[in-house]
Design a protein around this ligand. Structure first.
Ligand SMILES: Cc1cc2nc3c(=O)[nH]c(=O)nc-3n(C[C@H](O)[C@H](O)[C@H](O)COP(=O)(O)O)c2cc1C
Length: 166
């Protein structure tokens, strides 16, 4: 048996994951991210193959991961996590800049940015785990980082109809 409640006891953060393809940019919300090695410093993210961000990471081989701040509102998470960039410009009206590897760095509601090249990837069925060597990491602000538990218990409102969350 698999008790979903037991799985929820694995602690996570909540992040924006961004990438690009040619001159197009996109980003999504993820919770499945972690640092996997220290030397060299590498991070890994698990990304659904149906997402647009997945296509962009495959195309550019680059991603940027931004831990979110705890003081964030649900619509901001919904913008990146419950809609697809296929039919919506997620960056319209959002403050961002281009990162050193080319992926967009969101400057609102984010605490840091970690930029990586995805060079060791693993197909795990519905998702691909992209693992990449970190090329750049810097702080954006000193605010507390959002955890998945805090998102679920405090921030989350009613999940919109048609949400694409894995
Ligand atoms: C709190 C939260 C956590 C999520 N975690 C993941 C994740 O770890 N991996 C994933 O592929 N999608 C995750 N999603 C779903 C994507 O953010 C969502 O499918 C998004 O609409 C994809 O956007 P895109 O098609 O523009 O790339 C999460 C969504 C939310 C709200």
């Amino acid at each position: 048996m698999i008790d979903g409640g037991a799985l929820l006891k694995i602690p996570y953060g909540v992040y924006i994951l961004s990438s690009f393809k040619d001159d197009k940019i996109n980003a999504m919300i993820i919770n499945s991210a972690m640092q996997v090695t220290a030397e060299p410093a590498r991070i890994a993210v698990s990304v659904n193959k149906r997402s647009l961000t997945y296509e962009y990471i495959l195309a550019s081989g680059v991603f940027a991961l931004m831990p979110l701040t705890e003081k964030i509102d649900f619509p901001f998470i919904g913008r990146f996590g419950f809609r697809s960039g296929r039919n919506f410009d997620k960056f319209a009206g959002v403050k961002y800049e281009k990162g050193v590897l080319g992926a967009p760095v969101v400057l609102e509601n984010t605490t840091a940015v970690i930029e990586a090249r995805a060079d060791k990837n693993l197909d795990v069925g519905t998702h691909v785990i992209f693992a990449g060597e970190i090329k750049e990491a810097r702080n954006i602000c000193a605010a507390a980082c959002l955890t998945y538990d805090y998102y679920r218990n405090v921030i989350k409102g009613k999940t919109p109809q048609g949400a694409t969350h894995q």
